[in-house]
Design a protein around this ligand. Structure first.
Ligand code: UT7
Length: 336
C-alpha cells in the first residue's frame, strides 16, 4: 500500500506482561522426551512463561500490559477511542477486548478482537493506523496477547516446547503527518496452506438427536513445523523488500529487525537473506519462546525499556504464522 496520509501516527507508549511461572528446557524434558540441547539448537528457546492456576486468562495479561503502557505516559484511559485485542486464545469466543475496556476504565473506547495468530499485532497496528490516518479516532490501544499453553497438546513434543504466554501493548496517537512513524505496510495471506498451522474445530461424532445438528469443540495446535519454517524464511524477506522498495528505501536504511519470535534460526536466516547484520536483530525468544500475537509487542517493549532504539531509527517489523498470513510494517521510531 501507499497511503495518502492525512494524519500521522505515533507510537506513544508500550507495555508488556508475562506470567510469573517459568518452565525451562530441563523441566520440559521431564514432561516430554526432549532435551535442552535439542530445543536450544533447533529453536534458540531456553525457557517460557506459563499462565497457571484457574480463572487466569489472556485478559489478565492484556490488562496488565495495557495499564503499564498507560501509566508510562500518565494517560487517562478515558482518552482511548479504540481498543484492538489481537489474540487467538480469547477467554470468550465472542471476544475478550470488551473485558479489557471495562477493566482499565477506557469508558469511551469501542473494543474488538482481531484474530490473525502470530501476525495479529502487525494487523492490529495497521488497522489502528487506518482509523487514525482517516481521522476517525485519535488514540488507539493495540494489544497482542496469547495463552497458547491452554491449546497445546502437552504430550506433543514437536509443539509444546515452542510456545509461551504473554501480552504486549502499544498506544498509538494521531500526530502531524511530518512526525508520522508508520511509514508503510505490506500484508499477505495464502489460505491454501492454512492446514499447516491451526487449532481446528471438530464436530463430535454423534449428531444432536433431533436435527442432525453437530456440535463440537476446538482441538489442540497442529503444526507442520518444516513447512511453516520454509514459508517464513522464503516469504518474510520478500515482504520486507516490497515494503522497503515502495518507500524507495533499502536494507541499509534498517536499524532494527523486529520479527515474530518463532525460532532463532528463522530470525538469523531472514537477516542473512537480506544481508542485515545479526546485531540489528531484536530477539528475546530465549526467555519467552513463541508467544504468538504477543511476541512482537513484548520484544518491542523490552527493546524500548533497554534504551536500544534511538530517535528516528528505522524498525522493520514483520509477523508471520497461521493463515498462513504474513506482513511487514516499517516504523520510523519517534522517542517516547
Ligand atoms: O508462530 C508460528 C510460526 N511457527 C513457526 O515458525 C515454526 C517453524 N518451524 C520450526 O521452528 C521448526 O520446524 C521446529 C522447531 C518446530 C522443528 O525443527 P525441525 O528442525 O524442523 O525439526 P523436525 O520437525 O524436522 O524434527 C527433526 C527430528 C525428528 O526426528 P526424526 O524424525 O529425524 O527421527 C523429530 O521427531 O527431531 C525430532 N523432534 C524432537 N526431538 C527432541 C521433534 N521435536 C523434538 C523435541 N525434542 N522437542
Amino acid at each position: 500500500m501507499k497511503s495518502s496520509t492525512t494524519q500521522g501516527v505515533k507510537i506513544l507508549s508500550t507495555g508488556s506482561a508475562v506470567p510469573h511461572i517459568s518452565l525451562n528446557n530441563d523441566q520440559m524434558s521431564e514432561i516430554v522426551q526432549t532435551s535442552d540441547e535439542w530445543i536450544s539448537t533447533r529453536t534458540g528457546i531456553k525457557e517460557r512463561r506459563l499462565l497457571t492456576g484457574s480463572q487466569q486468562s489472556v485478559a489478565d495479561l492484556a490488562i496488565v500490559a495495557s495499564k503499564k503502557a498507560l501509566d508510562k505516559i500518565s494517560m487517562d484511559p478515558s482518552q482511548i477511542d479504540l481498543i484492538i485485542l489481537a489474540t487467538s486464545s480469547p477467554n470468550d469466543l465472542f471476544g475478550s477486548a470488551s473485558q479489557i475496556q471495562h477493566s482499565i476504565g477506557a469508558i469511551n473506547a469501542v473494543a474488538f478482537d482481531l484474530t490473525a495468530a502470530c501476525s495479529g499485532f502487525v494487523l492490529g497496528l495497521v488497522t489502528a493506523s487506518q482509523f487514525i490516518q482517516n481521522g476517525s479516532y485519535c488514540s488507539v490501544l493495540v494489544i497482542g496477547a496469547d495463552v497458547l499453553s491452554k491449546w497445546i497438546d502437552w504430550s506433543d513434543r514437536s509443539t509444546c516446547i515452542l510456545f509461551g504466554d504473554a501480552a504486549g501493548a502499544a498506544i498509538l496517537q494521531s500526530c502531524p503527518s511530518t512526525e508520522n512513524s508508520i511509514l508503510n505496510f505490506q500484508l499477505n495471506t495464502d489460505g491454501h496452506y492454512s492446514h499447516h498451522l491451526s487449532i481446528p474445530y471438530q464436530d463430535d461424532k454423534k449428531p444432536h438427536s433431533f436435527l442432525n445438528l453437530h456440535q463440537g469443540s476446538f482441538k489442540y495446535i497442529s503444526m507442520n513445523g518444516k513447512e511453516v519454517y520454509k514459508f517464513a524464511v522464503s516469504q518474510v524477506p520478500l515482504s520486507i523488500l516490497k515494503c522497503l522498495n515502495s518507500l524507495n528505501m533499502s536494507v541499509n536504511d534498517i536499524n532494527w529487525l523486529l520479527l515474530h519470535q518463532a525460532n532463532e534460526r528463522i530470525l538469523n536466516a531472514v537477516a542473512e537473506k537480506l544481508s542485515i547484520s545479526r546485531d540489528k536483530i531484536i530477539a528475546n525468544l530465549s526467555k519467552y519462546g513463541n508467544t504468538s500475537a504477543a511476541s512482537i509487542p513484548l520484544a518491542l517493549d523490552e527493546a524500548v525499556q533497554e534504551g536500544k532504539i534511538a530517535n528516528n531509527d528505522v524498525l522493520v517489523v514483520a509477523g508471520f504464522g497461521a493463515g498462513l498470513t504474513w506482513g511487514t510494517i516499517i516504523v520510523r521510531w519517534k522517542e517516547l
